[in-house]
Design a protein around this ligand. Sequence first.
Ligand code: MG
Length: 234
Amino acid sequence: MIKALLLDLDGTLLPLDTDGFLRHYLKSIAAHVAHLTDPKEFVDSLMASTEVMVKNTDKTRTNKEVFWDDFLKRVNVPEEQLMPVLDDFYANQFPKLVKYTSPTPLSKQIVETAAEKGLRVVVATNPVFPTEAIQERLRWIGVEDYPFDLVTTYEIMHFCKPQIGYYQEILEMTGLDPKECLMAGNDPLEDLVASKLGMKTFLVEDYVITRKNVDFVPDYQGSLRDLLEFVERL
Ligand SMILES: [Mg+2]
């Protein structure tokens, strides 16, 4: 019996091509800091520190702490100079990236249908972004005001996908039983790894990520519309 939906955001609830979106995001953020530092070095540092954050297994440190501890060592811009520029980026430039996504009413219908059914709903997006960037993407699909049980932002989480600790932490925070959870996402590794804990999985194929040597088999698969129909039948 499924009582909770865990929904990935990028390429799942928010239709987008992950690589394409990432490319535009990096280009935009690099341009925004170009007056402070070399844009290419900035992007290289951003990617390197993101990798450190994704691989971190120290559960006493949030993803945000891990990222910034590493990032500030790499970029030679003082924190007090960099922070306001990045805050400004997320407030004023990041919203423009909506044009590289394809929002659909299906997302809101899925969330609302789940609510009508009394299901609990978690936005299980890889917690590598600050709250503002996640809230903004939720706004693009019209669900920014929905009272989710949990939205996994980098400020509060201590693991990233595909670490199993990420899903364990969701269970700890929500008190959910994995057998009552359905994790829906477009990544055969990062999202389907939830099955290791006994969660059911739904591979959303509209913008599915191609991976080699990943052999998780989803319990269900189909388009985002199929996911809506699946939730309607719960
Ligand atoms: Mg995704």
